[in-house]
Ligand binder design. Structure first.
Ligand SMILES: [Mg+2]
Length: 485
């Protein structure tokens, strides 16, 4: 024990150099422990820590949002403390330190890992076509830490707009770029950081692309968390309820029914038992619309599951007429028949349609989904992790399961979002289909070292730490068109 105490005393802070500080400014609240030795012995340390975090949020509005240079320098002290702590626990076989030393080290551990760098990389294939497919470019968001762990995220939006939101400098307390808000923060505190980002971007965020940029960072934070704890994200989310989910091939319609049938045959022969067709040229006329759906059914045969994605082309009454006309072809769902903001129209249609109504891919975060959930406007809620993050997707999952609705992922981008989607969907109680984009884009198939796609129509849930995705760095260099300075 004498040796232990000696080591612990050595773990105390060395004299600070000029301009250095031991804790970052908001951590000064821990300078005097808010609990006594007895409470610490009773295991209340964690609860007290949380209570102080709650208090800190109320003070955020007074924060300038600027990162003092000394903050990063202070981090150099924490790694030796952690190393000594681990050495004590693992090599000496001692489970508990003296209370005061433990609380001191616990405070240091809370600050153990910090975000040091956030880099956006925009990738784009050379020949971008004028079609509704977000697999032609991508914005990667790479969050790096002083522990040497990097997390990867991605946003499904205009890559340059997302990059601008992350790169933007401080403007004022509720209009701040995301990087400015996160450097120096602990990446494990995803919920607090989500709320911090939400509050500090209210003048340009709240819904749509502001939340999408937050989602990309949130995915990267969860990737870091998984790598830090050496666990797959689905386990950190509470545990998978499925080892695999039936994948459906997600592809666009052909130019007419005949070409659509050929596309359907291709993917059934590839092993899929469900195929979704979407967007153009649906919506031109009733004749064209029915021809497309008839061709889709002919192509995939009578037994495969057919899914129709209209692409937001009708008003509610026209959508109901189409749903009645499509019913003989037995689609599993009719997706996005109306414009995304027509919540009342969706509610009206869902009550009358012979085919279940699906939507949600355009929604970004909980506030965007809330009107649909509150009014039970949909049968199937389609959640895009690259637009909601794991953090808000957890809320949407809980609400959808509460009202007895079904959940599915939306994903039409790279293996990063595909992996994020299957981690999340595997934790959903009633998961029944997984959207598996089969676009012939190199971004979809070559960005990751691992092959993250359905095999014989089934999507396996990865058990590697974090997302379980390793970037193909040579591919990133080849398709890189812009990067954060
Ligand atoms: Mg869709």
């Amino acid at each position: 024990m004498d040796l232990l105490l000696c080591i612990c005393s050595l773990a105390k802070a060395p004299p600070l150099g000029k301009g250095q500080q031991r804790f970052c400014p908001e951590d000064l609240r821990f300078a005097r422990p808010p609990f006594g030795r007895r409470e610490a012995r009773q295991g209340r340390l964690k609860q007290h820590g949380k209570r102080h975090d709650m208090g800190a949020r109320h003070e955020e509005g007074q924060d300038t949002g600027l990162t003092p240079p000394a903050r990063e320098k202070g981090a150099t002290f924490e790694q030796p403390v952690l190393a000594i702590h681990r050495a004590i626990r693992h090599s000496a076989g001692i489970r508990f330190l003296p209370t005061w030393e433990f609380s001191s080290l616990a405070q240091q551990m809370r600050c153990a890992m910090k975000i040091t760098e956030i880099v956006c990389q925009i990738l784009r294939i050379p020949q971008v076509e004028a079609k509704t497919a977000s697999s032609q470019d991508s914005v990667l968001v790479r969050v790096r830490t002083d522990a040497g762990i990097e997390g990867i995220g991605e946003a499904d939006s205009s890559p340059e707009v997302v990059k601008a939101i992350i790169d933007a400098p401080f403007s004022h307390n509720i209009a701040c770029g995301l990087r400015q808000l996160l450097i120096g923060e602990n990446p494990l505190e995803h919920e607090r950081l989500w709320q911090k980002m939400y509050r500090r971007t209210m003048y340009y965020g709240r819904k749509a692309v502001g939340i999408t940029a937050m989602a990309a960072i949130d995915v990267a934070l969860w990737d870091i968390k998984g790598k830090y704890f050496d666990q797959p994200i689905h386990r950190l989310l509470g545990g998978k309820q499925h080892d695999r989910v039936r994948g459906y091939a997600s592809i666009l319609f052909g130019r007419d029914g005949r070409q659509t049938a050929d596309i359907g045959r291709r993917w059934v022969e590839a092993g899929y038992t469900a195929v979704k067709f979407g967007w153009e040229p649906m919506g031109q006329s009733e004749q064209v619309d029915i021809d497309l759906v008839r061709g889709a059914r002919e192509g995939i045969g009578p037994d495969a599951t057919l899914l129709i994605d209209a692409g937001c082309v009708w008003d509610a009454r026209t959508a109901l007429r189409r749903a009645v006309a499509f019913a003989e072809f037995r689609p599993e769902w009719l997706e996005e028949p109306l414009r995304p903001d027509d919540v009342a129209g969706y509610r009206w249609l869902r009550d009358r349609s012979p085919i279940p109504i699906a939507a949600g891919e355009s929604e970004c975060g909980r506030e965007s989904f809330r009107p649909f959930l509150d009014t039970q406007a949909l049968d199937v809620y389609q959640v895009d992790i690259s637009r909601c993050g794991f953090t808000d997707a957890a809320y949407i999952r809980a609400r959808a399961e509460e009202i007895g609705a079904r959940l599915c992922n939306h994903c039409y981008t790279s293996p990063i979002t595909v992996a994020a989607s299957i981690h999340w969907l595997s934790t959903c109680r009633d998961a029944f289909l997984f959207e598996d984009c089969v676009e012939d884009s190199p971004l979809r198939h070559e960005l990751a070292v691992e092959r993250i796609q359905s095999v014989q129509g089934w999507m396996e849930v990865p058990d590697r730490p974090g997302l379980g995705v390793t970037l193909n760095e040579e591919f990133v260099r080849r398709y890189l068109v812009a990067e954060s300075c």
